[in-house]
Design a protein around this ligand. Structure first.
Ligand SMILES: [Zn+2]
Length: 59
């Protein structure tokens, strides 16, 4: 098991808010486009806009 599998998964995932690419950061998935941060619970990304943390300074 290696990181390549995670990357393949990340390639399939997209930000539900803007369809941007997601990158892994600590225990979260961060949208490269809008900056929303999605939690990962028990290894499963929770890609729900209402669950996302907005980036600071966003309106
Ligand atoms: Zn986004």
């Amino acid at each position: 098991m290696g990181g390549s599998q995670d990357r393949a998964l990340l390639d399939l995932l997209a930000c539900p808010a803007c369809r941007g690419r997601l990158s892994e950061e600590d225990d979260r998935l961060v949208c490269c486009s809008c900056g929303r941060r999605y939690p990962v619970r028990e290894g499963i990304p929770v890609l729900l806009v209402e669950e996302a943390e907005r980036p600071e300074g966003a309106t």
